[in-house]
Ligand binder design. Structure first.
Ligand code: ADP
Ligand code: MG
Length: 253
């Protein structure tokens, strides 16, 4: 097993009287795609943003690559990639200029075209963010997380609202990023996405982790408990039909 890169222990976050995160603990291994799954309001974003140093916690311990969030948040910031809301990008700049701007902010030399290639946006280099489709915006936003060559990237519901082709394209991008050795933490409420992408998942409900394992193991446990699907599954589903008819390639240009 790889070494642990993130340790979260007894993490609590209160908003006034309301406890959004109720003492959760988990570890993320270096190089894995780790999923935080749960319905809206479960506490996924709160947990993610605390680890990202963007939101204060109420109590508990967070260690990222050996750095304690309470003592060395700046060291943590240096090794993580955080996805910004695309609405927050400077208007008037094109993708190339935005990447150059971020390179300046992070003090990094990155070849902007190489980065755009990686997220399949080379031909949009001169476009502004507002001219991109939903899937393209998400891919660009993922690209910006890579500029500081992070050890870990955080993706909060990156595929929500995307059509099937754009979702699959983003999945491939996430796999490519992990193939380069980057650890990925992703939140989602799509179980097919988690099953396809994640090495391990923590299922969060109402601020508590109610299960944590590989998708395979969680499914095996359920089957071992006597669970059976009400009707036999077909070899494909309607999404497979849709993708097969309309094609795997992107249709968002
Ligand atoms: P998720 O990302 O899983 O949808 P969140 O972490 O955004 O969940 O929210 C968890 C709970 O905390 C929700 O009930 C939400 O309404 C509440 N919450 C989130 N942010 C705030 C805030 N700034 N002030 C008060 N309550 C909040
Ligand atoms: Mg959220």
């Amino acid at each position: 097993m790889n070494k642990t890169i993130i340790t979260v222990k007894d993490l609590v976050r209160n908003y006034g009287q309301f406890q959004a995160v109720k003492g959760i603990s988990f570890e993320v291994k270096e190089g894995e795609i780790f999923g935080l799954l749960g319905p809206n309001g479960a506490g996924k974003s709160t947990t993610l943003e605390i680890i990202e140093t963007l939101r204060p916690k109420t109590s508990g311990t967070v260690i990222v690559d050996g750095f304690d969030l309470d003592k060395e948040p700046h060291e943590i910031k240096k090794i993580i990639g955080v996805q910004l809301q695309t609405s927050g990008y400077y208007p008037g700049l094109n993708l190339l200029q935005l990447i150059e701007l971020f390179c300046g902010l992070y003090n990094r030399e990155v070849d902007p075209m190489e980065l755009l290639d990686m997220v399949n946006l080379r031909d949009k280099a001169k476009a502004q963010v507002k001219e991109l489709s939903g899937g393209q915006k998400q891919r660009f936003s993922v690209a910006t997380t890579l500029i500081n060559e992070p050890r870990i990237i955080f993706l909060d519901e990156p595929t929500t609202g995307l059509d099937p082709q754009a979702r699959r394209s983003l999945w491939e991008l996430v796999r490519n990023i992990r193939a380069r050795g980057t650890t990925v933490i992703i939140t989602t409420h799509y179980m097919d996405e988690a099953e396809y992408l994640c090495d391990r998942v923590a299922i969060i409900d109402a601020g508590r982790i109610i299960a944590l394992d590989t998708p395979d193991k969680l499914i095996d446990n359920l089957v071992a408990s006597g669970f059976e699907r009400p009707k036999e599954m077909k070899m494909a589903n309607l999404e497979d039909v849709f993708i097969s008819l309309t094609g795997h390639s992107l249709r968002e240009d």
